[in-house]
Design a protein around this ligand. Structure first.
Ligand code: AMP
Length: 114
C-alpha cells in the first residue's frame, strides 16, 4: 500500500531500527517506546488489522506470534515476561492500519490499560 507507513519501512523508504527480517516479516523498535523494550512485529504482506486476517493468513499469523515470543526472549524478557498487544481498528486504538504485534517489556505493566 503506497500510503502505509509500515509498507514504506518494509520497502526501505523510511528508516527503522530493525531487529529481525525475513521473507515474510519484519521486526523493529517502536519510534515512541512505552517501555524499556518496545518493538513491533509485522507481516510484509499488507493486512490491515487482525480483523482482516483471512484463512490463507493463519499460518503466517502463527509464525508472527512465534517470532514475537522468540524476539521477546532475545530482548531480555524471557524470565520476567512481556506484554503482547494487537490493537485493532478504532475502538482498539489502532493508529497504523497494517497488522502489527506490539511487544512491551523491561518493566511491570499495569492492567487494565485504561
Ligand atoms: P497502534 O496504535 O497499535 O496502531 O501502534 C502503532 C505504533 O507504531 C505506535 O506505537 C507508534 O509509535 C509506532 N510507529 C509509528 N510510526 C513508526 C515508525 N516510523 N517507526 C516505528 N514505529 C512507528
Amino acid at each position: 500500500m503506497s500510503d502505509c507507513i509500515f509498507c514504506k519501512i518494509i520497502a526501505g523508504e523510511i528508516p527503522a531500527k530493525k531487529i529481525y527480517e525475513d521473507d515474510e516479516m519484519l521486526a523493529f523498535h517502536d519510534v515512541r517506546p512505552q517501555a524499556p523494550v518496545h518493538f513491533l512485529v509485522i507481516p510484509k504482506k499488507h493486512i490491515k488489522s487482525i480483523m482482516d486476517i483471512e484463512s490463507d493468513d493463519t499460518a503466517l499469523a502463527g509464525r508472527l506470534l512465534s517470532k514475537a515470543q522468540e524476539l521477546a526472549k532475545e530482548q531480555g524478557c524471557g524470565e520476567k515476561g512481556a506484554r503482547f498487544v494487537i490493537n485493532a481498528k478504532d475502538h482498539g486504538g489502532q493508529t497504523v492500519d497494517h497488522l502489527h504485534i506490539h511487544v512491551l517489556g523491561g518493566r511491570f505493566l499495569n492492567w487494565p490499560p485504561g
